[in-house]
Design a protein around this ligand. Structure first.
Ligand SMILES: Nc1ncnc2c1ncn2[C@@H]1O[C@H](COP(=O)(O)OP(=O)(O)OP(=O)(O)O)[C@@H](O)[C@H]1O
Length: 381
């Protein structure tokens, strides 16, 4: 059954922080809410936690009105970016807190609390540090204590708001894998708020992309990345870059090539936007066969090369991402003019109000593009 969020609105004065937000979260699902700063992620999470109320809309859990329950009766575990552990309490006391402050009729016996704290600390791999104070822990350890504390009340829903936001990059990456495994072993429905694309795409079963209080797209990480529903998602998630061209006879004429617009109704589109992703701009296998581009900058990042390219009819440089080995084999250097192939373009058609009505991915004319089928075989089409 899970959680049904339906048509939520939240305004602060004239500012609309949540604008018609609807979302269903399945039982046990791990959903990431991803969006730039100010897009409404925390506003949504606060409403689910019972820290705020919407101006309109409903939230149901297993068919019951969640908004009618006060925060303490929602069975929600919360972890925020800033650890908010009690500095004067040990790790074990922090984790026990949620159980100790229950009304006496619901409060477990001291021995039961002790046992469940021990179990939780083992789960978050901190049982050896039970008697330390927060100041004696690393940032990553503190966040794991915060997670154990949130889990102590046996929540039905776990809400994590940028839980790794204050940690350094390496710790963040380690904790991602750890939290993913942890979620698998517990199976608690989890909503994870982040503005970090990699974090969301790597961890979540599904990703909700928000922009200016609205949901732009909901999908699996792969759908969001490979089939962005809007130019915003394409830019924000897949580093989509806009190209300009002309449409004539159902073809898009762009950088000296004519791309067939099969499956796209050009008459129906008030405006068209064309995007290319960096990994879809590849070095051409033969010299003289492709679009001329001047390499004006190169950055080597973990086995890939990020190149900034100057192409004709475009003021801004284009970013391309190449395999380091391909670039080494090519044997070029910054300043060179290279030939590149555009392997796929995404075309969005918007109506007068700016809503996306059509989206297609198009491939180059007569190109020997290699397409992956299954995990092991590649064929030429
Ligand atoms: N209590 C409030 N009063 C006025 N405006 C608010 C209030 N709470 C949030 N807002 C505004 O609503 C918008 C959405 O805020 P929210 O915290 O949900 O964004 P966010 O996506 O979580 O951003 P961040 O990643 O920076 O935390 C922001 O522009 C914020 O300034």
């Amino acid at each position: 059954m899970g959680i049904q969020i339906s048509r939520l609105y939240r305004r602060f004065g004239t500012f609309v922080a949540l604008d018609d937000v609807s979302l269903t979260i399945g039982d046990g699902e791990f959903v990431a809410v991803l969006g730039p700063s100010g897009s409404g992620k925390t506003s949504l999470l606060r409403i689910l936690a019972g820290l705020d109320q919407p101006d309109a809309g409903s939230v149901q859990r297993d068919g019951h009105d969640l908004l009618a329950l006060d925060a303490r009766r929602r069975g929600v575990g919360l972890v925020f970016q800033h650890y908010a552990l009690f500095p004067h309490m040990t790790v074990a006391q922090n984790v026990a807190f949620g159980l100790r402050v229950r009304p006496w009729r619901l409060r477990p016996k001291a021995a039961v609390i002790k046992a469940s704290v021990e179990t939780l600390l083992r789960k978050v791999e901190l049982d050896a540090l039970a008697d330390r104070y927060p100041a004696q822990l690393s940032g990553g350890q503190r966040q794991r204590v915060a997670l154990a504390r949130a889990l102590a009340i046996e929540p039905r829903l776990l809400l994590l708001d940028e839980p790794f936001g204050a940690l350094d990059a390496q710790v963040r990456v380690n904790l991602r894998g750890w939290l993913r495994e942890f979620h698998r072993s517990l199976g608690i429905t989890t909503l994870f708020v982040t503005h970090d694309q990699d974090e969301a795409l790597e961890m979540a079963d599904r990703v909700v992309v928000m922009n200016r209080g609205r949901i732009e797209q909901i999908g699996t990480p792969q759908q969001i990345y490979r089939q962005p529903a809007t130019p915003f998602v394409s830019r924000f998630i897949a580093r989509g870059q806009a190209l300009s061209g002309q449409v004539q006879d159902r073809h898009l004429h762009l950088l000296g090539q004519a791309w067939s617009l099969d499956g796209f109704d050009t008459e129906d589109a008030h405006e068209m936007t064309v995007h290319v992703q960096p990994e879809d701009i590849q070095l051409a296998p033969r010299y003289g066969d492709g679009v001329k581009a001047q390499v004006i900058g190169l950055r080597h990042v973990a086995g890939t090369v990020r190149a900034h390219l100057r192409v004709e009819h475009r003021d801004e440089p284009l970013e391309a991402e190449w395999n380091e080995r391909d670039w080494t084999r090519h044997g070029g250097a910054a300043g060179d003019v290279v030939d590149v192939h555009f392997q796929a373009l995404t075309v969005f058609g918007t109506d007068r109000e700016g809503h996306v009505r059509q989206r297609v991915t198009i491939h180059p004319p007569h190109a020997g593009v290699s397409v992956a089928v299954g995990p092991w075989r590649r064929v030429e089409v």
